[in-house]
Ligand binder design. Structure first.
Ligand code: CUA
Length: 350
C-alpha cells in the first residue's frame, strides 16, 4: 500500500496519484462485480419464491417496472462511472476549468436527471394505480398475521385454516389483511407486491394467479423472534380442483375411525392442546394457535418451518423450539407412544 511521504511535493503527487487512483478504481469495480454475482446467484435458483418469475398480472406489472428501473438506473450508473473515470484520468486544465463547459454541467446534472426522475415517477404511479384497481367477482380471503403464523379465512366458503392458502387459477382474489399483534407483511413474490398487516386496521391486496402451481409466501416485515420462519405455501388449482378443495375443507372432521385414532384424539384433549387449537367437529375451539381442522392435508408445520409428515410432527409436538426457536408453543411431556398416536390422529384429519 502506497503511503503519502511526509515530504511530498507537487511533482511526486503528479507522478503517484494516477497510479493510486487506477488501483482504487480497479478494486472498486472488482468489489462491485463480486456483489452483483452474489446478488445474481440468489435469483437464479428457487423459482417458487421469486419476483423475477411472475405468475400473475400484478407480479408481471411489478416485474416490468423492476426491469425498467434496473435498465434506466443501470444506464445512469454506468454513464456516471464512465464520466468519473474520465475525470480521474484527465490531466488538470489550466485554472481548473471544466473541459466540457457549463452547458454540459447544467444539462447532464440538472435537466437530464429531472427528466429521468419524472419518467420513473410516472411509470411507478401508473403501476401503483393498476395494482390497486378493484376487480369483478373476486374470491375473498381474510388473512390475520400472528406472531409467527397466518390465520386464514374464506368467508364466502365458510372455511378457516392456517399457514396455507389455496387459490383457483385465473380468478382475482381480494385479500383483507389484519394483524393480531405487531405489524407483519404479506408477500408472495411470484404473485404480486407486499402489503403490511396492521393491528386494528384492514389493508387490501389484489392478487391473481395465472396457472396452477405452488409458490412460497413470506412475512416481509421484521416482527421479532422467528420472523424468518413465518412463511406459507400458496397452492394454485384449476377451478374444478379448487372446488374439490373447498368441499373437502368446509365440513367438520369425522369421528376417529379406529381405536388408535381415538386414543390419539384423547391424548389431544388430555394434553390440553385444545386450549390453543381448534378442530371443527370436536370440542377443541382454542384460538391462540393455528386451526388444526384438516391439518393432515397441509404441506408444512409451524408456518412452513418444516415439511408435514409423521416423523416431523412427532418431533414438532415433542419440542417445537428445535425447528422454530422462539415460537410460543411449549414443549410437551408426552411419552413417545402418546406422541406417535397423537401424530397419527392429527395426520388423519384430512
Ligand atoms: Cu411476521 Cu415478520
Amino acid at each position: 500500500m502506497w503511503r503519502r511521504p511526509s515530504h511530498a511535493n507537487n511533482e511526486l503527487d503528479m507522478y503517484w496519484a494516477p497510479i493510486v487512483r487506477r488501483r482504487v478504481i480497479f478494486r472498486t469495480m472488482l468489489l462491485g462485480a463480486a456483489l452483483a454475482a452474489v446478488a445474481g446467484a440468489g435469483c437464479v435458483e428457487h423459482h417458487e419464491q421469486s419476483m423475477l418469475h411472475p405468475a400473475g398480472p400484478a407480479a408481471a406489472r411489478i416485474d416490468q417496472l423492476w426491469w425498467f428501473l434496473l435498465i434506466v438506473c443501470g444506464g445512469v450508473f454506468l454513464v456516471t462511472m464512465g464520466l468519473l473515470v474520465a475525470a480521474l484520468a484527465a490531466r488538470p486544465t489550466p485554472n481548473n476549468e471544466s473541459p466540457l463547459g457549463m452547458r454540459f454541467i447544467v444539462g447532464s446534472g440538472i435537466v437530464l436527471p429531472g427528466i429521468i426522475l419524472l419518467v420513473i415517477l410516472i411509470h411507478s404511479l401508473q403501476a401503483t394505480v393498476a395494482l390497486k384497481a378493484s376487480q369483478a367477482e373476486p374470491l375473498a380471503i381474510r388473512v390475520i398475521g400472528h406472531k409467527w403464523w397466518w390465520e386464514v379465512h374464506y368467508p364466502q366458503q365458510n372455511i378457516t385454516t392456517a399457514n396455507e392458502i389455496h387459490l383457483p387459477a385465473g380468478r382475482p382474489v381480494r385479500f383483507e389483511l389484519r394483524a393480531a399483534d405487531v405489524i407483519h407483511s404479506f408477500w408472495v413474490p411470484n404473485l404480486g407486491g407486499k402489503m403490511d398487516l396492521l393491528p386494528e386496521h384492514d389493508t387490501i391486496l389484489w392478487l391473481q394467479a395465472d396457472h396452477p402451481g405452488v409458490w412460497r409466501g413470506q412475512c416481509a416485515e421484521y416482527c421479532g423472534g422467528p420472523h424468518a420462519q413465518m412463511a406459507f405455501p400458496v397452492v394454485v388449482h384449476e377451478e374444478e380442483d379448487f372446488a374439490a378443495w373447498v368441499e373437502a375443507n368446509q365440513g367438520p372432521v369425522s369421528e376417529p375411525e379406529t381405536a388408535r385414532l381415538q386414543t390419539g384424539h384423547d391424548v389431544f384433549f388430555r394434553a390440553a392442546c385444545h386450549n390453543c387449537h381448534a378442530i371443527r367437529g370436536t370440542e377443541a375451539a382454542g384460538r391462540i394457535g393455528p386451526d388444526l381442522t384438516h391439518m393432515g392435508s397441509r404441506r408444512t408445520l409451524g408456518a412452513a418451518a418444516v415439511v408435514n409428515d409423521h416423523e416431523r410432527l412427532v418431533a414438532w409436538i415433542s419440542d417445537p423450539q428445535v425447528d422454530k426457536p422462539g415460537n410460543f408453543m411449549p414443549r410437551s411431556s408426552l411419552s413417545r407412544e402418546e406422541l406417535e398416536t397423537l401424530a397419527d390422529y392429527l395426520l388423519s384429519l384430512k
